[in-house]
Design a protein around this ligand. Structure first.
Ligand code: C5P
Length: 406
């Protein structure tokens, strides 16, 4: 099973002998499904070449803070925002001290300071340096700030000494990274998610559909799995791979999606309607292809459409309804329209996003959203669909807990 699917890991390599192991680490992280970008300190480049890590990560390796060329391609802020997690491996005592001191005197320290995602470090250094009280104090400070530590391990060191300070074995680092994403906030819950577009047949060869890629719905399924939930995805046709642990029910039309969702409602704790469901379908669908000559006039073809049933509303109005979450893809008056929908569709939560901008929303890997519920709302910055999903799942878990307590 790939545990880091679609995760963006920024690997920071600092200048210790264990830096040579970062080549293998890049490969292991990729095997778990993540995309890796590497940032190296100057000292790290003495131990392993940027070229090696560039070839393995299939991305440019960044080393300089004030390099106009790499800054114009991806600035330190863009890199910090890009990452779902920053992992420093190996982390030298010097780097740990810089982090604890809040320094921003090279690219990697600056990224760490700018990053709003989780930060993890895998220390590697001589046993005496690891045991030194200033290193201990620095680590204590970082732990208190919520950094994740992996290792170090005990054993024989590169310098010939024995003790604690070896880089933790790479498999354990990768497992540790996976567990950072596993919150357990929805353990025992069954989450049903609709995703992707629907196809409304006109005849056996033509259909009406939309630009939904399914990425946001699938990313939410992934985030719900990471939160410990059992997940069922009711998905329209997409070109992307569904998370392997999710149960996937493939459908084509809105009506098929409606029928499948009805079968699941009684056994659902949380329903998230992400699918871009067609509101209308052709009234009649002949069994054979409609010929050009058969339509009323050669210049225009008037299709008669009938309204599809609203899946989300059917869930929110069902007896013993699950916690019900909708999406509002809007081109204008985004928040106003979303709040209206929250009320008239009787939802517990709605996620509003502006569509029509190709850098976010439909088909893009990023999304900028606002999460709205009855008495509040929260605007999320532009983030990867994976990061948006983790945030939405955390907000849902929080709301459910509040419902139970209140
Ligand atoms: O009303 P509108 O289609 O804009 O509402 C969007 C929300 O409703 C989305 O969450 C979408 O998945 C859901 N929806 C649905 N069934 C429909 C139409 C929309 O579940 N027939």
């Amino acid at each position: 099973m790939q545990t880091l699917i679609n995760k963006r890991i920024l690997l920071g390599v600092t200048g210790g002998i264990a830096a040579y192991k970062s080549a293998e680490l890049v490969r292991l992280l990729q095997e778990q499904g993540s995309e890796v970008r590497v940032v190296m300190t100057k000292a790290a480049t003495e131990f392993i070449t940027p070229l090696t890590l560039q070839a393995l990560s299939q991305n440019p390796v960044y080393t300089e803070l004030l390099d106009t060329e790499s800054e114009s391609a991806m600035s330190h802020i863009t890199l910090a925002r890009w990452a779902d997690l920053v992992l420093i491996s190996p982390a030298t005592s010097n780097f740990i001290a810089q982090l604890a001191g809040g320094h921003a005197n090279d690219l990697l320290t600056t990224i760490c300071l700018a990053a709003q995602c989780p930060l993890a470090i895998a220390p590697a250094m001589n046993q005496a340096m690891w045991g030194n009280s200033s290193t201990k104090d620095n680590c204590k400070t970082l732990l208190e700030r919520g950094l994740h530590f992996f290792g170090p391990a005990d054993g024989l060191q590169a310098c010939g000494e024995e003790g604690s300070g070896r880089l933790l074995d790479l498999e354990s680092i990768v497992n540790g990274i996976s567990s950072v994403f596993e919150t357990g906030a929805l353990t025992g819950k069954h989450v049903v998610i609709t995703a992707g577009p629907t196809r409304e047949a006109i005849d056996p060869v033509r259909f009406i559909s939309n630009h939904s890629s399914g990425k946001q719905g699938y990313a939410l399924a992934e985030a719900a799995l990471e939160a410990g939930a059992r997940v069922t995805l009711v998905s329209g046709p997409t070109n992307i791979e569904a998370p392997r642990q999710a149960q996937v029910i493939q459908v084509d039309s809105a009506e098929e999606m409606y029928v499948e969702v009805q079968k699941l409602i009684l056994d659902t704790d949380i329903f998230i309607g992400v699918a871009a469901v067609a509101d209308y379908r052709p009234k009649t669908v002949p069994e054979r292809k409609i010929k050009k000559s058969e339509v009323a006039s050669n210049a225009t073809w008037l299709l008669e459409l009938v309204r599809n049933r609203d899946i989300l509303q059917s869930v929110s109005n069902s007896p013993n309804r699950p916690f019900t979450v909708g999406f509002a893809a809007e081109t204008d008056n985004v928040i106003g329209n979303a709040r209206d929908k929250l009320t008239h569709k009787n939802l517990d939560m709605i996620i509003a996003n502006k569509v029509g901008d190709t850098t976010v929303g439909f088909n893009s890997d990023n999304n900028r959203t606002t999460v709205l519920w009855k008495d509040d709302q929260q605007e999320l910055p532009i983030m990867s669909k994976a990061a948006v999903s983790s945030k939405i799942i955390a907000l849902i878990a929080e709301a459910i807990l509040k419902d139970k307590d209140g």
